[in-house]
Structures are given as structure tokens and as C-alpha cells.
Design a protein around this ligand. Structure first.
Ligand code: SAM
Ligand code: SF4
Length: 327
């Protein structure tokens, strides 16, 4: 079995691919109200080009692929792309992260094409607040997407909830209740200061530690009995919960020492760390029709650029918005 181990001994087996910077929402913490300048078709890597990258990645030891964006479901042809990814030798799992708006429409076809799992982002269970946070979204559409995922048994279904003080911290227990009623795994994620936002000025920031204190005043958190994967979240559950409650603390307690991933942006740059704008150009090689060996070399170079830990929240902050990287 091929393994990709970096200089710090971290096993890198997970590639997150942003397939578009476009999105059908405008979440306040992710992109400016006016959106970002949409990339042209020519600037994006084509599906054929992406398949070439994934073949090389699989040869090196990448086993899991996650599609993201922008919203991955807005890019045409995603169903066939998932099918092609599943045929690549060495790729064991293909999943995606979506806002859920188009999941009701596309879920069944994606499952038929071989999609293994889905993470759905949802920061509030209240219709008006959903519109406020996403600027243009309809809560019901996402909820229908979640119901579709449940019906399709795309388990484990994870719900990503970005914690925002004064915005959704009054709904913590409503989200926990979701895990009582449905086999959903709700993950609270610390707000990250991307795209020129400043953490210290952000009254929105609430640490996972503070959140857990609040939760413990009312709920007992037990060790989780569910198999939810070995990503950055750590999981608990409430008694008789059908799903779990997870915590992701990229700022207050980063998980860089066990980071297992690398990212590919929609424009074909490898990004060794989510929280650093250091990127390595892969598109240049692909468009020059370089050999797979050359691509492999560039890939390994990018792995070599993975920092031992990120500086987000301490240093001047990143220029790119999350929607341009894929989260
Ligand atoms: N559109 C898809 C979605 O919303 O799930 C995929 C792309 S989105 C950039 C990926 C994840 O990043 C989402 O779960 C979103 O909530 C999260 N995210 C975006 N901006 C963030 C920020 N500033 N801090 C923490 N998480 C953020
Ligand atoms: Fe779009 Fe996802 Fe960013 Fe919201 S978080 S604007 S859904 S890319």
C-alpha cells in the first residue's frame, strides 16, 4: 500500500478539491455581499484535468476526495465527475461539502454515481436568520436537502455549524436536539478570520471551550458511540442521541499535528494549508501537457510546504475568502 508521509510524519491521504468558486448563497463570513469575481470557464480546471490530478494523487497515496467550492453542486456535470472519480484506482471514498440547496434535486443521482458521504453546512434553524446569514438563502431548501440525504442514507451525515456569538449561540441546544431526533452529526466550528476579517475585532468569535462550558450547564456530553471518521472534530453525544455533537477548534486548539490533507483550488493551485496563502501552481504543468511524473514531483513539493502549524488569528490575515479555497 502506498503512503504519503510528510516530513513531520503526518500521513496525507485526503485531497479536498474546490471545483468552483461560484455559490448560490452569500454567507456573511465566507464571501463579500457582492460575491467574488467569478472565474471564467477557462480559468477553472476542467473535469478531465482534475481527473488527471486525482490519478497522480492516488498513485502517491491519496485515498479520500472531498468536493467543495463555492458550492460544488452548482457546477454542471458533477454527477458524471463523481462517477469518474470513483473509477480511479486507489480512491476509496468520494464525499462533498455543500450548503444543501441543490441536494434534494441532485442527491439521488449523486448516490447512484457512487457518492459516499455528504457534509451539509447550516448555521441556524430559523428561517429569517438563515436569510440574514446567507443574504439570499431559503432555509426550507436546505432542510429538504437534509431530508433527502437522510432518505438516501448517505451516512454519516454531518452538519457544519459555524459558531457566531450573538448570532447563533442562542440555538446551541436546538442543534443538539437535532441529534436526538435524527441520525445527524452536528459539528460546531470556530469562526475563522479569512478574507481580511480580523479575529480580535470580531465580536462574533466564540471558542469551543466557552461553548462546551455553556453546554455542560444543561446537557451531559457522553463519549460518542458513532463511527464518524478521523478528521479534525472530536465527538460526544447526548444520552440516547441518534447522532453526535462534534467540535472543531481551528483557532483555539488547532489540530495541525494530525493534519492529513491537502487542497486544490478551483484554478489549479495546490494549497498545503487552509490557513496560509502559500500555493503551488499545478495548472501550469497540466496546461503544458506535462507528464504524470512531473505532476507527481510538484505534488510532493506541495506536501513539503505543509507548515507544522498555522498562524491564523495571530498574524496578518489571509486575503482569500473561504469560498475561493473551499474550506
Ligand atoms: N458551499 C459549501 C458549504 O457551504 O458547505 C462548501 C464550501 S464552504 C467554503 C465550506 C465550509 O467552510 C462550510 O462549512 C462553511 O461554513 C465553512 N466556512 C466558510 N467561511 C468560514 C469561516 N470564516 N470560518 C469558519 N468556517 C467557515
Ligand atoms: Fe457559499 Fe458555502 Fe461560502 Fe456559504 S459557506 S457562501 S454556501 S461557499
Amino acid at each position: 500500500m502506498v503512503e504519503l508521509i510528510d516530513q513531520l510524519g503526518r500521513r496525507i491521504d485526503y485531497l479536498r478539491i474546490s471545483i468552483t468558486d461560484r455559490c448560490n448563497l452569500r454567507c456573511q463570513y465566507c464571501m463579500p455581499e457582492t460575491g467574488v469575481d467569478n472565474l471564467t470557464h477557462q480559468q477553472l480546471l476542467s473535469y478531465e484535468e482534475l481527473i488527471k490530478v486525482v490519478r497522480v494523487a492516488a498513485r502517491l497515496g491519496i485515498k479520500k476526495i472531498r468536493l467543495t467550492g463555492g458550492d460544488p453542486l452548482v457546477r454542471r456535470g458533477i454527477v458524471d465527475f463523481v462517477r469518474m472519480l470513483k473509477e480511479i484506482q486507489g480512491i476509496e471514498e468520494v464525499s462533498l461539502t455543500t450548503n444543501g440547496i441543490l441536494l434534494q434535486e441532485k442527491g439521488a443521482d449523486l448516490v447512484e454515481a457512487g457518492l459516499d458521504r455528504v457534509n451539509i453546512s447550516l448555521d441556524t434553524l430559523q428561517r429569517d436568520k438563515f436569510r440574514e446569514i446567507t443574504r439570499i438563502g431559503e432555509f426550507e431548501q436546505v432542510w429538504r436537502g437534509i431530508e433527502e440525504a437522510l432518505w438516501l442514507e448517505l451516512a454519516p451525515i454531518k452538519i457544519n455549524t459555524v459558531l457566531m456569538k450573538g448570532i447563533n449561540d442562542d440555538e446551541i441546544f436546538d442543534f443538539i436536539d437535532l441529534t436526538r431526533k435524527y441520525p445527524l452529526h452536528v459539528r460546531f466550528i470556530e469562526f475563522m478570520p479569512m478574507g481580511g476579517q480580523k479575529l480580535e475585532q470580531e465580536e462574533k468569535y466564540l471558542s469551543i471551550e466557552e461553548l462546551k462550558k455553556k453546554i455542560k450547564e444543561k446537557e451531559q456530553l457522553l463519549p460518542s458511540q458513532f463511527a464518524t471518521g478521523n478528521g479534525p472534530a472530536y465527538y460526544y453525544q447526548v444520552a440516547e442521541g441518534l447522532g453526535s455533537v462534534g467540535f472543531i477548534s481551528p483557532i483555539s486548539n488547532h489540530f495541525c499535528s494530525s493534519c492529513n490533507r491537502i487542497r486544490l483550488t478551483a484554478t489549479g493551485w495546490l494549497r498545503p494549508c487552509l490557513c496560509s496563502d502559500d500555493e503551488i501552481n499545478l495548472k501550469e504543468l497540466i496546461r503544458n501537457n506535462s507528464s504524470e511524473d512531473k505532476l507527481e514531483e510538484r505534488f510532493l513539493e506541495a506536501i513539503g510546504h505543509k507548515p507544522d502549524q498555522h498562524q491564523l488569528g495571530q498574524e496578518d490575515n489571509l486575503v482569500k475568502h473561504m469560498s475561493q479555497i473551499g474550506g
